[in-house]
Each structure stands twice: as structure tokens, then as C-alpha cells.
Design a protein around this ligand. Structure first.
Ligand code: PLP
Length: 385
């Protein structure tokens, strides 16, 4: 008998490639291998491909093509945003307490400030205003607030954040990490409403390949490059571009934009079926953030009296790919910085489970999870009794 296929509910970690992205990449992994910086026909072919990809991404992100800088993924885009602005504009870096480590660590390394969030993970706008006011109009270099959180899915009120930043720290650069937001939210509309100076995305979170991303850099934004050398990407990111990856990312972005509304409706319904099913089958289940405040693919729950690590082991054995918001450090469970910032009690945080859905998720995935998770929790609870 054939083994059951894996039920993959870890789209926030990475997504399967969309067939359209794979197909678009293949010629650039085979016959079109030119270096886009060259001047002969093969080089021109590669350069045309990245120019077309730049146009596609500019439209998807609501910016000009020459404001798109291709990077080696979301981490590089985020690091460039923080370190690159700090190098050119004096002042303190400020970010929300629930940022991905790709933002949080460079902010902390530079001695920056973090702004608290409420129990849903939404940034406290009054606290942001206070932090910025204390630093003074010229004391802030860069403010970074993500569009959607990678752990619990919370969407931030970016237009309101932008209004506070423009009022309290008019010259500061505003960055948003849209790595988890792009699949679900119209980033071009966000760009119109909030006018962020810098926006990060990463292809593998929306059906493109791993190791490629982009940073939108609005004209006039003070930004030093992280990588210097050949001067590619108009001196904003040296290094030969990942042509196939960029082409794949653009193909995936095109599908996202064309089908986003339908995806949000379909996957949002699957997510609700999953969480409602878990609540019905597993006593002591709590949903960390209510669906109205988060992206459609996010199902973050906590199970009372269960340890995530033991649960994940059983889920993996049963063929369910998921993750938890707790990490294991020297044998102890550490609640994530996100749950800690939200004030989720440690007793609850240790039983957390992140199930994240995406473009390829099906009812069958959800129904398998609804068999596997309650069975695993039943086993853990029986063994603990
Ligand atoms: N920012 C957020 C919100 C993320 O979720 C991730 C990846 O998990 C990153 C940045 C880093 O992106 P990459 O894996 O492309 O380096």
C-alpha cells in the first residue's frame, strides 16, 4: 500500500513551488545562462528577463521598476533595510517587538528600541509615538514594522504606523517586512496608503524559489548597500543576479496578484474549518489571534497541558508538517519572543502549534490534520495522566 502523502501545513516556513514558476525558471537553468551584466546576445537575453521581472514586481508592489532591488531573500532585504539606512542616516533604529529576527537582530545589534504590542500582536501606536517623541525629530534613523507576522499571522495597521512616524519623526525612513504579507494582502494598495520607503519580500513564501527576494527602495531613500563589488542593481546590491530565481519569483508574483482574492477566500475557509475542527475535537484549544486580525493562511493555536515539542514529534511521525512557536534551548522550552511580547502566559505558550496554509493547501490536508492532531494530543494527555 502506498504511504499517505504528507499533509503540509507549514507554508509560513516555505511553500511548494508553483508550476508556473518552475516552468518559467527552467529555460534560465538550461539554455539561457547568460550573465545579465554582459553585452553580448546571451547576456542581453538574461538582462531582458530580469527587466521583465522587475516590471512585474514593480506593479505587484506599487513602485517604479527602478525601485526594485533583487536580493538573496527576505533576510538580506531586511538586513539591508536596517543596516543600510543606519549607515547613511544617523539616529536610532526602532521596530516592533514581534519582528522577524532578520529585522529584530540588526536593530538590537545597533542598540535600537523595540515597541510593545497588544495581546493580539498589534503594535501599540501610542507607545510608538512616545518612543519616537523621546528620540526627537532627528533622533530616529529607521522604523521597521512588519505587514504580517510569521508566527501568529497578525496584520499591522501600516497606514496608522506611517502617520505616527511622519508626525513624530518626519525624516525617519519607514521599512516594512512584507515577507509574510505579500501572498495575502495587496501590497501595492498598502504602498499607496502608507508610502513605506522600503519593502521586503521573499519568493519562497508565495510559491517561488528559495534564496531570492526583493527590497523596494523608494527614490531618494538614504541606503548604503550591504554587498559591494560589481555595482549591480544600480550599486544597491552587488553580485551577479540569480536570473532563474528572479524569473521564478516574478512568475509566482503574477499568479499571486491575479488570484489573491480567490485564494484568501478559499484558504480562509479552510483555515476556519481547521481551527473550528480542532476546537470541537480537542478540549482546551485556544486560538491565539482571532481570524479578523490576521492573514487567511494562519492558524496558530495553543493546547492546554501539552508540550509543543512532544506534539510536533508525534505529528511528524504521522506525516503532518507543522511547527511551533516554541524553540528548544538546552533542553528547555523557550516561549517565542512574539508570544512573550503579546503577553501569552508561558503555560499556554508551551503548548503552541503553528499550522500555516497556502496556495496548494487542500481540504484533504485539513481533514488529515483533523485526524492526526487530536489523536496525538489524546496520546500525550493519556500518557501524562
Ligand atoms: N521576514 C519574515 C516575516 C519571515 O517570515 C521570514 C522567513 O521566515 C524572513 C523575513 C526571512 O526570509 P528568508 O527566509 O527569505 O530569508
Amino acid at each position: 500500500m502506498a504511504a499517505e502523502p504528507l499533509a503540509y501545513l507549514d507554508h509560513a516556513a516555505t511553500t511548494p513551488m508553483r508550476p508556473a514558476a518552475t516552468a518559467a525558471m527552467l529555460p534560465f537553468l538550461t539554455e539561457h545562462f547568460g550573465n545579465p551584466s554582459g553585452s553580448h546576445a546571451a547576456a542581453r537575453r538574461a538582462r531582458r528577463a530580469i527587466d521583465d521581472a522587475r516590471d512585474t514586481l514593480a506593479e505587484a508592489l506599487g513602485c517604479q521598476p527602478d525601485e526594485v532591488v533583487f536580493t538573496g531573500g527576505g533576510t538580506e532585504a531586511d538586513n539591508t533595510a536596517i543596516a543600510g539606512v543606519l549607515a547613511r542616516r544617523p539616529g536610532v533604529a526602532v521596530c516592533s517587538a514581534v519582528e522577524h529576527h532578520a529585522v529584530l537582530h540588526p536593530v538590537q545589534a545597533a542598540g535600537g528600541s523595540t515597541v510593545p504590542v497588544d495581546r493580539f500582536g498589534v503594535i501599540d501606536l501610542d507607545a510608538l509615538a512616545q518612543v519616537l517623541a523621546e528620540l526627537g525629530p532627528d533622533g530616529v534613523s529607521v522604523v521597521s514594522v512588519m505587514l504580517a507576522n510569521n508566527e501568529v499571522g497578525t496584520v499591522q495597521p501600516l497606514a496608522e504606523v506611517a502617520a505616527v512616524v511622519r508626525r513624530e519623526a518626519a525624516g525617519a525612513v519607514l521599512h516594512t517586512d512584507a515577507v509574510q504579507g505579500f501572498l495575502w494582502l495587496d501590497v501595492a494598495a498598502v504602498a499607496r496608503a502608507a508610502s513605506p520607503d522600503l519593502v521586503s519580500i521573499s519568493a519562497h513564501k508565495f510559491g517561488g524559489p528559495q534564496g531570492v527576494g526583493a527590497l523596494v527602495v523608494r527614490a531618494g531613500t538614504p541606503l548604503a548597500p550591504l554587498l559591494i563589488g560589481g555595482g549591480q542593481e544600480r550599486d544597491r546590491r552587488s553580485g551577479t543576479q540569480n536570473v532563474a530565481g528572479i524569473v521564478g519569483m516574478a512568475a509566482a508574483a503574477r499568479e499571486v496578484v491575479d488570484a489573491r482574492a480567490a485564494l484568501v477566500a478559499r484558504v480562509g475557509a479552510l483555515r476556519d474549518r481547521l481551527v473550528d475542527g480542532l476546537r470541537a475535537a480537542v478540549p482546551g484549544t485556544s486560538e491565539t489571534v482571532d481570524p479578523a486580525r490576521k492573514v487567511a493562511g494562519s492558524a496558530h493555536v495553543c493546547f492546554h497541558g501539552v508540550e509543543s515539542e512532544a506534539l510536533l514529534f508525534l505529528l511528524d511521525q504521522a506525516g503532518l508538517c507543522a511547527t511551533a512557536a516554541s524553540s528548544c534551548a538546552s533542553g528547555a522550552l523557550d516561549p517565542s519572543h512574539v508570544l512573550a511580547a503579546m503577553g501569552v502566559p508561558r503555560s499556554q505558550a508551551t503548548g503552541s502549534l503553528r499550522l500555516s496554509l497556502g496556495w496548494s493547501s487542500t481540504t484533504a490536508d485539513v481533514d488529515r490534520a483533523l485526524e492526526i492532531v487530536p489523536a496525538a494530543i489524546g496520546r500525550l494527555r493519556r500518557s501524562a495522566a
